[in-house]
Design a protein around this ligand. Structure first.
Ligand code: GLN
Length: 488
């Protein structure tokens, strides 16, 4: 086990902070130093504000000194994906169009992190506007996977996943529209939770596809992400899609996995195209659950083949509408070449958006245009309802679904960069949860022969995060993956 402080779990660090064994300033300095040491190679951070972070750590120390920490995460560093607003800090979304934009306000999740005493550390790299699966769509720099620097960390929350895996932060927040928390978590060997739609406020999250987006926690253990989820979850009157439900004590629920008897394994997720090493790792995990006393049943998600096409109609349609606000007038970049008002709009968008973002805007505008609306957008919405019905039918039968996160382990940088279709197929197992509003978690469940992490996905019914966290915890407690760290 690696004993370096930046690899320790949050609950242990909190005990050390409470016992005055270390200070929050020392902890912040440890992750800052670590970042300076490794991030030139990894590229997980787009910016950071050391003085601000140290000031927050000092404030946490004062609370610990007076014996009044605000939460079990008081004093713990948390990095934010660069599309979650933090007042006074850059908010680039990985895009040139927001290059010099400073956020004038805090997202609700950011406010909640502050209210819990978390120390906000750094703005994390991402695919531009969260569109991508490899982080190569960042307008600033790609991110390298800490397990193998020539491989991608996944995306779009690649900076969040890589920074957590490499010990550049203890915890991070990412966002997930079609897999962007779970896929990079799997590639980097960490844990990531995509909450149910409506569980976490989206206020202050720059929108990609509003009916799919959710912010979620990323960390090196299930316990860590349960604690971080507790801080950010809950209804918010600033987000009308946030949903009121009674909140469990997620950490206290972790040992209750025994009550979750039936686990489903979808046949459609274990067909050709799934890397044999991932299949084997999943089969071992399923065997583990069986021998631990769960009943394993084969289930069929018949609509699986329609999930990807429907997603790419709905997500691009919503994106084209959400991104219309970047017009060169209201935020960020304004083209210097523009000669009149119309020019400002066209030239700014031409210069400010990258290729993938433009592709999505064009696709989305096409499917929303009056002559195509019925045959694409309306039809995709109907398909979405069928996908949801299919999913809910399976959940009448089982408590949770066990599935792969990705068809392959992390691939080499550059390998799929110019092949959008191949890139889109990275999300084949993750998009389902977003389309139906369910919760899903990714945790490490193996290592490939090439020493790259393998992830397992556990999907649950909407607002049953405590159940999938608990099942994940059961697996994690019996395996040593959370103590494996990349050798960097
Ligand atoms: N990779 C998917 C996409 O490009 C999902 C992105 C996300 O979840 N933000 O759309």
């Amino acid at each position: 086990m690696d004993d370096r402080i930046f690899f320790k779990p949050a609950h242990q660090l909190f005990a050390m902070l409470s016992g005055r064994e270390i200070s929050s300033v020392e902890l912040a300095k440890a992750v800052i130093e670590r970042t300076k040491q490794v991030d030139r190679e990894i590229g997980a951070f787009l910016s950071f504000d050391e003085a601000k972070t140290l000031k927050e750590a000092e404030e946490s120390d004062a609370r610990h000194k007076s014996g009044r920490p605000l939460s079990p995460l008081d004093g713990i560093p948390v990095g934010l994906k660069d599309l979650i607003a933090e007042k006074g800090q850059p908010l680039t979304c990985g895009s040139r169009i927001l290059e010099n934009f400073i956020s004038p306000y805090d997202a609700t999740v950011t406010e909640r992190l502050r209210a819990a005493g978390c120390v906000l550390w750094g703005r994390l790299n991402m695919d531009e506007f969260a569109m991508g699966s490899s982080n190569e769509n960042s307008a600033y720099k790609p991110v390298s996977n800490p397990w193998n620097l020539s491989c991608v960390p996944g995306g779009s929350s690649g900076g969040s996943a890589a920074s957590v895996a490499a010990g550049e932060t203890i915890l991070a927040l990412g966002s997930d529209t079609g897999g962007s928390i779970r896929q990079p978590a799997a590639f980097c060997g960490i844990c990531g939770l995509k909450p149910s739609y409506g569980a976490v406020s989206r206020y202050g999250l720059v929108a990609f596809a509003s009916s799919l987006d959710q912010i979620g926690p990323m960390g090196r253990s299930v316990e860590d992400i349960a604690a971080l989820f507790q801080v950010i979850v809950g209804v918010d009157r600033k987000d009308s899609s946030s949903f009121p439900f009674s909140l469990p004590d997620y950490s206290a629920e972790l040992p209750k996995f025994k009550s979750l008897k039936k686990l489903g394994v979808p046949v459609e997720y274990f067909q050709d195209g799934l890397d044999p090493e991932i299949r084997e790792a999943l089969e071992r995990a399923i065997e583990f659950y069986r021998s631990a006393g769960h009943e394993i049943v084969e289930v069929s998600l018949e609509m699986t083949k329609y999930v990807m096409p429907a997603y790419y109609v709905i997500a691009t349609a919503e994106a084209s509408s959400n991104l219309a606000r970047f017009d060169g007038v209201r935020y960020g970049l304004r083209s210097k070449a523009a000669k009149n008002a119309i020019d400002i709009f066209f030239k700014t968008r031409e210069e400010g958006f990258g290729e993938e973002v433009k592709r999505r805007i064009m696709l989305g505008t096409y499917v929303l245009s009056s002559e195509n609306f019925d045959s694409y957008y309306r039809r995709a919405q109907k398909v979405r309802t069928l996908i949801r019905n299919d999913f809910m039918r399976v959940f009448d039968e089982v408590n949770a679904i066990i599935a792969p996160v990705t068809p392959t382990v992390a691939f080499e940088l550059g390998k799929k960069k110019f092949d959008p279709l191949q890139m889109y197929l990275c999300d084949i197992f993750t998009v389902q949860a977003n389309m139906v509003g369910a919760c899903a978690i990714s945790i490490p469940c193996g290592m490939s022969s090439g020493n790259l992490p393998i992830g397992m996905q556990i999907l649950g019914k909407p607002f049953k995060e405590h159940e999938i966290l608990s099942l994940a915890y059961e697996f994690e407690s019996a395996h040593g993956y959370k103590d494996l760290h990349p050798n960097i």
